[in-house]
Design a protein around this ligand. Structure first.
Ligand SMILES: Cc1cc2nc3c(=O)[nH]c(=O)nc-3n(C[C@H](O)[C@H](O)[C@H](O)COP(=O)(O)O)c2cc1C
Length: 281
């Protein structure tokens, strides 16, 4: 199997972008992104929906920045496995867009009533309606099928960045934990092949809410299977769906192995309230 884009350079060049030119994505590029979304080669069954939508150039949706015209929502059930799959699928789309020169930013915190206005029939629960924002600030459990995260799709506007985002971009966004810190058992490090280390290196570069990097890597089957999950009992102070971030990381690890010529099998199941992924070569 070969990747649908240059895997390493795409992952290395992706950054969350929080300032956009108020122009639509070029027609041909938008078409290629939509086609990719329709026929995405995903290594598992799922019913995550990728829905493209337009927004007006106001701060209503993202609150901290103006929406560019083109945006995308990732819609799934709210059980941990479906949420995690939404992370994998969303990141695959985001990386494809990146490979076409399109900037993105995962948003878990956005104004739900505005998304509802732009995309009717989202059917948020009363509880979310009350909170009036996306998942990042709602409290407690939410159920049912809904937009888990959204992202703008557009062109970076250098001059538009807020001071806070400039600081974040320069200091925070590039920082990642070393592979050794991310292993369930750090003694495993010496036993890992170059190919596995390559895939884990791409995995650790994945984006996560507030750059939390909550993924941990374990091994089974004489290092032929990589497990990816958050620690049992992990809770983020604000972000309710860290299993989504785990799926994002798995997408990077999977692509890393594809880049090394493997066609890995990928499974995910729920264990101790977490999504636990297995990627086998
Ligand atoms: C699931 C998820 C939700 C996120 N939600 C927000 C958000 O609501 N607002 C925001 O500004 N950034 C958000 N981010 C972006 C992260 O802050 C960013 O990915 C992280 O700091 C790493 O930086 P990088 O993406 O530039 O590598 C989110 C990222 C993920 C993966």
């Amino acid at each position: 199997m070969t990747g649908p884009f240059d895997i390493r350079s795409t992952i290395d060049s992706r950054r969350s972008v929080r300032s956009y030119k108020m122009i639509p994505v070029d027609d041909e590029i938008m078409e290629s992104i939509k086609n990719f979304a329709k026929s995405m080669p995903v290594p598992f069954e799922h019913n995550v929906e990728i829905r493209f939508f337009n927004a007006e150039p106001t701060r209503t949706l993202y609150t901290v920045m103006k929406s560019p015209p083109d945006n995308v929502a990732f819609i799934a059930e709210t059980d941990v496995v479906s949420i995690s799959k939404a992370g994998f699928i969303g990141e695959f789309l985001i990386l494809f867009a990146q490979s076409k020169g399109i900037s993105t930013c995962w948003y878990g915190y956005y104004k739900l009533s505005e998304l509802e206005r732009l995309m009717p029939h989202l059917q948020p629960t009363d509880q979310l309606k009350e909170a009036n924002m996306g998942y990042g600030c709602s409290k407690g459990e939410t159920t049912g099928r809904r937009a888990i995260c959204i992202s703008p799709l557009g062109y970076y506007e250098d001059k538009g960045l807020r001071l806070m985002d400039r600081i974040t971009k320069a200091t925070f966004s590039f920082k990642r934990k070393e592979i050794k810190e991310l292993l369930v058992d750090s003694n495993d490090y010496e036993k890992l092949s170059d190919d596995i280390l390559y895939a884990l290196d791409l995995g650790r570069k994945a984006p996560s809410a507030a750059n939390s990097q909550m993924w941990r890597f374990g091994f089974e089957d004489k290092y032929k299977t990589i497990t990816v999950a958050m620690p049992v009992g992990y809770k983020h102070f604000k972000w309710e769906y860290p299993n989504l971030d785990i799926g994002i990381c798995v997408c990077h690890v999977w692509l890393g192995l594809i880049d090394k010529g493997y066609n890995p099998a990928v499974t995910v199941s729920e264990d101790s309230g977490r999504a636990v992924w297995r990627i086998s070569i």
